[in-house]
Design a protein around this ligand. Structure first.
Ligand SMILES: Nc1ncnc2c1ncn2[C@@H]1O[C@H](COP(=O)(O)OP(=O)(O)OP(=O)(O)O)[C@@H](O)[C@H]1O
Ligand SMILES: [Mg+2]
Length: 246
C-alpha cells in the first residue's frame, strides 16, 4: 500500500482539493483508496458530504474502532472524516508516550488498500508529525506565487528535519504547482523556478479553474462534477503520473 500525505504548512494552497481529487481519480482507475482527513477544519466531509458513523477523533480517543469510522462513498473509494473535535484528540495524543507515532499504531490494522491519501492541516503540529510517521511519501502542493515558493522551501526543510531527528523516512515524491494562471507573470516565473529546482519531482501544474471551487458545494469530485473541465484534465494527469511512479 502506498501511503501519501498531502502536506504544506501554508494554508489555501490546494491540499484538500488535491487530496480529494487524487483519491477519487485513483479509485476510478480500479485502485482501492482510503482518503483520511487529518485537519480539524473537516473540509473533506464538507466537500464530499459523507455520512459517517464515526470520525477520526472517535478512533483516536478510543470511542469507536477505526474500521467503524471508514465510510464507503463510491466504488473503491473509502473515507475517514474529521471535524473540530480532532483538536481535542490532538491534545489527547500529546499526552501519550508515543505521541508522534500515535496514528501509525492506530492504523496498523488498516492495510487492505492500494492507496492511503492523507489530507494534512495547514500547521506543522502533532497531527502533521503523525502524518509523516504514518506515510512513506509526501506530495507538496504549492501555489504558483512568490509566497508559495518560499513556503515550499520551508516545508522541505521541515520534512528533512523530521527524517533526521524523528526517525521518519518520508520521501518527497511530488511537488504539485497549483492555482496556475498562464496569463499571470508571477505564476509563469514561479512555475519556471519550481520546474528548474525540482525537475525530477515536479508535476504538471494544476491550472486555476472555477469548477474546482464549485464541486465541493455539490459534494462531488471534479470528475463527477465537471468531467470535461480543465480541473478534471489536470487531476487526471496527476493520477496518471502517480500510477506511473515506481
Ligand atoms: N486549481 C484551483 N483553481 C481554483 N480554485 C482552487 C484550485 N485549487 C483549490 N481551489 C480553491 O481554493 C481554496 C483553497 O483550496 P483548498 O481548500 O484545497 O486548500 P488547502 O491547502 O486544503 O487549504 P487549508 O490550508 O485551509 O486546508 C478552495 O476554495 C478551493 O476550492
Ligand atoms: Mg485543506
Amino acid at each position: 500500500m502506498r501511503r501519501i500525505c498531502i502536506i504544506n504548512q501554508k494554508g489555501g494552497v490546494g491540499k484538500t482539493t488535491t487530496a480529494i481529487n487524487l483519491a477519487a481519480g485513483l479509485s476510478r482507475k480500479d485502485r482501492k483508496v482510503l482518503l483520511v482527513d487529518l485537519d480539524p477544519q473537516g473540509n473533506v466531509d464538507t466537500s464530499l458530504k459523507v455520512k459517517a458513523e464515526g470520525d477520526l477523533s472517535d478512533a483516536v480517543m478510543g470511542n469507536q474502532v477505526i474500521q467503524q469510522c471508514i465510510s464507503n462513498i463510491a466504488t473503491n473509494f473509502f473515507v475517514i472524516t474529521s471535524k473540530e473535535s480532532l483538536s481535542e484528540a490532538e491534545s489527547f495524543m500529546a499526552e501519550h508516550e508515543n505521541r508522534k507515532e500515535y496514528l501509525k499504531k492506530l492504523f496498523e490494522s488498516v492495510n487492505d488498500y492500494d492507496f492511503m491519501v492523507v489530507d494534512c492541516p495547514p500547521a506543522m503540529g502533532l497531527l502533521s508529525q503523525n502524518a509523516l510517521s504514518l506515510c512513506g511519501e509526501a506530495f507538496i502542493p504549492v501555489s504558483t506565487d512568490y509566497l508559495g515558493l518560499e513556503g515550499l522551501k520551508n516545508m522541505i526543510s521541515f520534512i528533512q528535519r523530521s527524517n533526521t531527528h524523528n526517525g521518519t523516512s518520508v520521501k518527497i515524491s511530488r511537488v504539485i504547482p497549483t492555482m496556475y494562471d498562464a496569463r499571470n507573470r508571477i505564476c509563469k516565473d514561479t512555475l519556471a523556478e519550481i520546474q528548474t529546482e525540482f525537475s525530477q519531482i515536479c508535476s504538471y501544474p494544476i491550472r486555476i479553474n472555477s469548477k474546482l471551487k464549485e464541486a465541493p458545494k455539490y459534494g462531488k469530485s471534479i470528475f463527477s462534477y465537471a468531467a470535461s473541465s480543465r480541473g478534471s484534465k489536470d487531476y487526471s494527469q496527476l493520477v496518471e503520473e502517480v500510477l506511473a511512479m515506481k
